[in-house]
Design a protein around this ligand. Sequence first.
Ligand SMILES: NC(=O)c1ccc[n+]([C@@H]2O[C@H](COP(=O)([O-])OP(=O)(O)OC[C@H]3O[C@@H](n4cnc5c(N)ncnc54)[C@H](O)[C@@H]3O)[C@@H](O)[C@H]2O)c1
Length: 250
Amino acid sequence: MNRRVVITGGASGLGLAMAQAFMGQGDRVAVCDADPAAVAAVPEGLRAEVADVTDAGAMDGFLAGVEADWGGADVVISNAGIGGPAGPLETLDYADWQRCLSVNLDGAFLTCRWAARVLKAQGTGLILLTSSVSGLFGFPGRTPYVAAKWGIVGLTKALASELGPHGVRVNAICPGAVEGPRMERVIAMEAAGRGIPEGSVRAGFTEGVALRRFVTAEEVAAMALFLASPGAAAITGQALAVDGHTERTT
Ligand SMILES: NC(=O)c1ccc[n+]([C@@H]2O[C@H](COP(=O)([O-])OP(=O)(O)OC[C@H]3O[C@@H](n4cnc5c(N)ncnc54)[C@H](O)[C@@H]3O)[C@@H](O)[C@H]2O)c1
């Protein structure tokens, strides 16, 4: 389709799955990522640069390069995020709280600030933000991440209202637990934080889900493709779960 797609945190995980899905439709995709090794290993044809989403200078450089070469963008996906610390709030370190909020929310701000200007000037475009089911429910022991992901939903709602009159749509995708290495890390961290076996944490994730399973990165990418398609032209300001239907969070 030759759309111009920009994705943060796009050199691995969900970001890379979304990048590959758009590339599969013939789109041009540019990603940034904080991990130089992951950037060096991206598939051929994917434009990738090292940039940390919390570094305003690095992000300005990455986004200015895209704008100079492509003249704008059609789909901008603010995806980079980290799980942050786990455990009872009173045990958490302030620096860990700040880093979690910063990667998830400051990164979204810097990405959306550029996207809002560019897409508004074009009078068309889509901004997608990766929230989480943690942006729809309260998960004990994950207060920094939950706060950050509810913040993403708030940003989505407000920005959709700002940009709707200018022809720009803004939506959040809220994945449930996604199969893969990141989820394995989250399970290990949460098990340590709550002092329970990893198997119990894993079971807790699927028992509270109607489909009784994790979702796949491809299923999340399919939602991104749909939201970027003409069939989604009236969908904005929404936080859409791809989670197998979360029923219980504890
Ligand atoms: N995996 C899940 O189960 C799950 C569920 C719900 C929401 N999410 C969200 O999906 C998004 C992507 O997560 P993922 O599962 O692909 O994680 P991941 O750790 O597999 O990949 C995230 C990518 O973002 C990059 N990144 C991390 N910090 C960065 C920073 N400061 N600047 C730039 N890049 C950075 C990492 O290097 C990595 O390549 C995150 O926002 C996450 O919170 C994930």
